[in-house]
Write a protein that binds this ligand. Sequence first.
Ligand code: PRP
Length: 172
Amino acid sequence: MYKHRVFITEDQIQARLVALAEQLDRDYAGRTLNIVCILKGAAVFVADLIRLLHIPVILHFLKVSSYTDGAESSGTVHLHFSSVTDLEARHVLVIEDILDTGITMDYLIKHMTATKPASLRYCVLLDKPERRKIDIRPDYVGFEIADYFVIGYGLDYNELGRNLRYIAILEE
Ligand code: PRP
């Protein structure tokens, strides 16, 4: 495993999730919420969050990637897999692990808008506003963070680290 130091503890994550779930329960009271989990990174976050919700939830999965040249996104997003079924006139919440440049979210907004939902909102566990290239503001944010390379709780480096129970900063 890569050398890392704990940045956001398991307890901090779980406490934030309880608050987020309470907010979602209030905002979507009386409705069924269609959650679109963006693979792979959001899988752990979504698995924990949905078990804190009291509103009815329908779960969908979507896998996208933005090919990179070095550390920077190429700006081209590819859709690899979708389990999304009819979302027309439904309430949809897209959930991501991290919002960085906004290129992926910009693609997802266009992709999901085409399904004609009744409402469309975005939730991210981690928001790195200083990295933004496209002006996108998520509706729900777990933690706003500075420009650290983070792993754990779904986030990886070379596919490792997703199973850490906390979020950590990768050390050289
Ligand atoms: C990460 C993350 C977002 C995207 C955010 O995905 O899950 O989808 O990058 O970056 P952006 O705002 O600059 O577009 P990644 O390609 O690492 O895939 P993964 O979730 O499967 O690890």
